[in-house]
Design a protein around this ligand. Structure first.
Ligand SMILES: C[S@@+](CC[C@H](N)C(=O)[O-])C[C@H]1O[C@@H](n2cnc3c(N)ncnc32)[C@H](O)[C@@H]1O
Length: 401
């Protein structure tokens, strides 16, 4: 490290080592510390850790670093349950007790939303919902095969960590993993997906010869039930008199549950993936639901159809969030009930900010009613967030959130 009079600070380079204290957790599962006022992000760290770290990437605004030595470990640390932890890239938080993980993720969502939208009334935030299972919850894993060895990729790398067992996968998948090792697939395939379907049947898919899976399904069926209950409760409490639009509806995870509770309301699912639309339509026919599907992108659909202010809107986009065009349309007219379900707080915050700015331009305001995190992904950095809001005429409420 060298002092630079030009920038009035120290210039660090990859490989430099220094001691820092982790102040808090930041997004992407990394702890945040500082060296001479420069922000340093460190994976597998915990708040209050005193660490000797080594810079792995130096950017203009921050440094990425890895732990060389834990000088004084945080009291929040626990012994990770899995022998592959920190080598395998799948889990980020096994060194923290599960209750701490839930609290940290909840706090991060609050900070991320407040940064994007300005101060938010504490009353808006509901208590976080934990996953019913901390371990053995995942119903889908993708394993890589190299030199007859089966494993997961290392963090930020294509090299594999051979594994015997994955502690976050459901037991049936670990059984299938053991069986896989004794089949010819290990000689021929490079990447295999093991998946448990809704009927609890295990499937194996060669991702190189059969292609990447194009179908979305929730990875934690135990937490998913709580997510569906929470979304249905929010919609039913609103007592909708008009249509319910389930945007990014997948195969009808929310649509079917809402339709059963509200048989008089027409539920419309909008989903891009034709395979999921087919599955959704099959379920509607079999269960005789008052619902229908449109196969379209949400952004194109919203440009051609006008929604009423009293129609309920659900948004459950992929991790990349919604197309800005969809936010422009939804933010430009009054809307009584929107429920946004997100698996990525940063894109959620970006979309809500765009909605808020659009609403203001049209003389409206974004009013957050509730924000609730739900932990669908224990031991990892990921979190699900459910936000309930309305777009109001500006004179009906005095605050914007
Ligand atoms: C996070 S998943 C949610 C699926 C469903 N709500 C569930 O809970 O299973 C997002 C879904 O959005 C679909 N999708 C992605 N981009 C889309 C777009 N632009 N318009 C409509 N659907 C899209 C994906 O195919 C996927 O099914």
């Amino acid at each position: 490290m060298a002092y630079s009079p030009a920038i009035g600070g120290y210039m660090y380079k990859v490989g430099d080592q220094f001691q820092i204290t982790i102040e808090k957790m930041a997004n992407r599962g990394k702890g945040l510390g500082r060296i001479n006022d420069q922000v340093v992000f460190v994976p597998y760290s915990a708040p209050q850790d005193v660490l000797m770290v080594k810079a792995t990437k130096v950017s203009k605004n921050f440094i990425d670093a890895e732990i060389v030595e834990i000088v004084k470990g945080s009291e929040l640390r626990v012994k990770p349950a899995c022998v592959y932890f920190s080598e395998c890239g799948g889990c980020h938080f096994q060194h923290l007790a599960y209750s701490t993980q839930v609290t940290i993720k909840d706090q991060l969502v609050k900070e991320t939303l407040s940064r994007a939208l300005g101060p938010i009334d504490e009353k808006v935030f509901l208590s976080p919902i934990a996953s019913p299972l901390e371990w053995n919850y995942r119903n889908r894993i993708q394993v890589h095969i190299e030199n007859n060895q089966v494993g997961f990729n290392k963090r930020n790398s294509n090299t594999i960590v051979p594994i015997e067992n994955c502690k976050i996968a459901e037991p049936a998948l670990n059984k299938a993993l053991t069986e896989l090792k004794n089949t010819d697939a290990v000689k021929n395939a490079e990447k295999i997906e093991l998946l448990i379907d809704k009927n609890l049947q295990v499937h194996q898919r060669d991702l190189n010869s059969q292609g990447q899976p194009v179908m979305f399904s929730q990875v934690n069926r135990f937490a998913n039930q709580l997510l569906v209950d929470s979304v249905v409760e929010k919609v039913v409490r609103f007592q909708p008199k008009a249509k319910v639009y389930d945007f990014y509806s997948g195969d009808g995870n929310f649509l079917a549950a809402i339709s059963k509770k509200l048989p008089k309301n027409e539920i419309v699912g909008i989903e891009l993936n034709p395979g999921l639309v087919r599955l959704g339509r099959k379920e509607i026919a079999e269960q005789k639901l008052n619902a229908n599907y449109v196969q379209s992108s949400v952004e194109n659909y919203l440009e051609t159809v006008s929604l009423n202010a009293t129609d309920t809107v659900l948004l459950d986009p992929p991790r990349t969030g919604c197309d800005p065009k969809a936010m422009f349309v939804l933010g430009s007219s009054a809307r009584k009930k929107v429920v946004y379900i997100s698996c990525e707080p940063t894109t959620l915050a970006r979309d809500l900010r765009l909605l808020k700015e659009t609403a203001v331009k049209w003389g409206l305001s974004l009013r957050l009613e509730t924000v609730q995190t739900l932990d669908m992904f224990p031991q990892t950095e990921h979190v699900e967030t459910v936000v309930e809001f309305s777009i109001d005429k500006i004179d009906t409420h005095t605050t914007t959130h």
